[in-house]
Design a protein around this ligand. Structure first.
Ligand code: EPU
Length: 416
C-alpha cells in the first residue's frame, strides 16, 4: 500500500506542468488496436490506469514500446479476442476496448469492468448500443462475449455517457455505410479521440446537438498523435493553489476546456490571469462561496467535484454542491470531516460545505482517484500532519502528484 504523508500549512509557489489527459489517452490507446500499422502517441501520462490498459493489450499480443511519455503501439500481432479477466476488472476504462475489438475482430470477451467505487456504474448503455449495431451478447458468470460485425445505421444512446459514445464511434469506423450517433457526449477527450481516428483514415464529423456521423472505411493505418492536456489535473492544481492562497503558474493547459470551472472560481473573487496555454493564480484576502452542480461537458465536471468541495471549505459561506452524474461520489466527505470540515449531507446527491474552517491533520483513507486528490488538497491546507492511506488510487489518475507538489514547495512524501 502507498501512503502520502503531508505536513500542511505551506503556500505553494513556482510552476507546474500538466500531463496528458488520462481519459483521452485510455481511449486513444484502445483505438490504436484497430490499425494495420503502429501508432506513436505523445504525452501519455505514466499512471496506473494507462499501465494496466497497456498490459491488457500486450496480453492480447500487441507490442508496446514506452519511452518517457511517448508510447508506440504495434497492434498487428494481436492474436486473441479474450481480454485478461483480472486486469479488466481493475479499471472501468477497459470497457473502451470492446468497440475497437468488435470493429477489427467482430468478437470480444471481457469481464465486468471494475474501477472507482463512485456509483453503480453499470454497462447497460454500452450493451444497448452494441445491440443497435446488431451485435449478439452472451453473458456467462461475470463475463460478457459480444459477437458480430457492427452494422451501420442510426444509434441513439440511452444517456450522455462518455465511454459509451467512444465505444459507439469506435465500433462504427470500419462498418460499411453511414452510422449516425444521436445523444452522443461531447467531452474534449472525445474530440481528441475523433482527431486521432480521422488521422488514422476514419471519416467522422460532429454536429451541433450531440450528433456524430461516421462514414465507414475499409481500413485504418497507424498515425502520430499528441494527447490533450488533462483538464481535471489542471483544475485540481488551480483549486489547490487557491485553497492554500498561493501564487502558482499552471502550464500546458487548454483554458477553453476549463471555461465553466474558471467562471465559478472567478465568481468566488479569485484573481486568475489566463493566457493561451497557461494560467496564474494570485494571492487573495478571502474568497466567497459559489454553488456548483456537476454536468456533462461543458458543465462543471464531476471529476472536480470533490476537489471543489475542499476548496469550498476555505471560502466564506455555505456552498451547495449538487452531484448530478454519480449517486455515490461523496465518500471522501467522511474523511475530511475527520479533519474538522463542516459539511451537511442533504441527500446522496447534495451536500453543503460551510466555511471557512481550519482543518486539522489526521489519518484518512483515499477511496477513489478524484476523492483521493481532494484529500491531498485537504492535507495541504490543514494544520499538522495528514496521512493518506491508499495513495495508489490517486496514482491511477495523477502523474507524479507527490513530485509535482514537492516542486511547488509542498511538504509531501510518499511511503510504500
Ligand atoms: N451509466 C449507466 N450505464 C452505462 C454507462 C453509464 O447507467 O452503461 C451511468 C453512470 O453510472 C453515470 C452516468 O451514466 O451515472 C455517466 O457515466 P459515463 O458513462 O459518462 O461515465 P464513464 O464513461 O464510465 C467517464 C470517465 C469518468 C468520468 C465520467 C463522467 C473515463 C475512463 N472515465 O466515465 O472519469 O467521471 O466519464 O465525466 O473516461 C475519473 O477520471 O476519475 C473518472 C471517474
Amino acid at each position: 500500500m502507498s501512503v502520502y504523508k503531508i505536513i500542511g500549512g505551506e503556500h505553494l509557489h513556482g510552476s507546474v506542468k500538466i500531463s496528458g489527459a488520462k481519459n483521452a489517452a485510455l481511449k486513444i490507446i484502445a483505438a490504436s488496436i484497430m490499425a494495420d500499422s503502429p501508432s506513436t502517441i505523445h504525452d501519455v501520462p505514466r499512471i496506473l490506469d494507462i499501465i494496466k490498459l497497456e498490459e491488457i493489450i500486450e496480453q492480447a499480443g500487441a507490442k508496446i514500446n514506452v519511452d518517457g511519455n511517448t508510447v508506440v503501439i504495434d497492434p498487428s500481432s494481436i492474436n486473441t479476442t479474450k481480454l485478461d479477466h483480472d486486469l479488466v476488472k481493475q479499471l472501468r476504462g477497459s470497457i473502451v476496448l470492446a468497440g475497437p475489438m468488435l470493429s477489427r475482430f467482430h468478437q470480444v470477451e471481457f469481464a465486468q469492468p471494475g474501477g472507482c467505487l463512485i456509483g453503480a456504474r453499470p454497462i447497460d448503455t454500452h450493451l444497448h448500443l452494441f445491440s443497435q449495431f446488431g451485435i449478439k451478447l452472451v453473458e456467462g458468470g461475470d463475463s460478457y462475449t459480444l459477437k458480430g460485425k457492427p452494422v451501420s445505421g442510426d444509434i441513439t444512446l440511452n444517456e450522455l455517457s462518455v465511454t459509451a459514445t467512444e465505444n459507439a464511434i469506435m465500433a462504427s469506423v470500419l462498418s460499411p455505410g453511414t452510422t449516425t450517433i444521436y445523444a452522443g457526449a461531447c467531452e474534449p477527450e472525445i474530440e481528441n479521440l475523433i482527431d486521432f481516428l480521422n488521422n488514422m483514415g476514419a471519416k467522422i464529423k460532429t454536429y451541433f446537438g450531440h450528433k456524430i456521423e461516421i462514414e465507414g472505411v475499409e481500413k485504418l493505418h497507424g498515425t502520430e498523435h499528441r494527447i490533450i492536456p488533462d483538464r481535471i489535473e489542471a483544475g485540481t492544481y488551480i483549486l489547490a493553489a487557491l485553497a492554500t492562497n498561493s501564487e502558482i503558474e499552471v502550464t500546458n493547459i487548454n483554458p477553453e476546456h476549463l471555461k465553466h470551472v474558471l467562471n465559478r472560481i472567478k465568481n468566488s473573487g479569485a484573481d486568475i490571469s489566463v493566457s493561451a496555454n497557461s494560467l496564474s493564480t494570485k494571492k487573495h484576502s478571502g474568497l466567497k462561496s459559489v454553488d456548483i452542480d456537476t454536468r456533462t461537458y461543458p458543465g462543471f465536471p464531476t471529476d472536480l467535484q470533490s476537489q471543489y468541495a475542499v476548496f469550498s471549505a476555505t471560502t466564506t459561506g455555505s456552498t451547495r454542491i449538487f452531484e448530478t452524474i454519480f449517486e455515490s461520489r461523496f465518500g471522501y466527505i467522511e474523511e475530511i470531516k475527520k479533519m474538522g470540515a463542516d459539511i451537511s449531507v442533504e441527500s446522496p446527491h447534495i451536500v453543503y460545505v460551510h466555511g471557512p474552517v481550519t482543518l486539522q491533520g489526521t489519518e484518512i483513507d483515499a477511496l477513489d482517484i478524484r476523492g483521493g486528490a481532494a484529500l491531498v488538497m485537504a492535507g495541504l491546507i490543514a494544520n499538522g500532519t495528514t496521512t493518506i492511506n491508499g495513495a495508489e488510487l490517486i496514482k491511477r489518475g495523477y502523474e507524479d502528484m507527490a513530485g509535482k507538489l514537492q516542486k511547488l514547495g509542498a511538504n509531501i512524501e510518499e511511503i510504500d
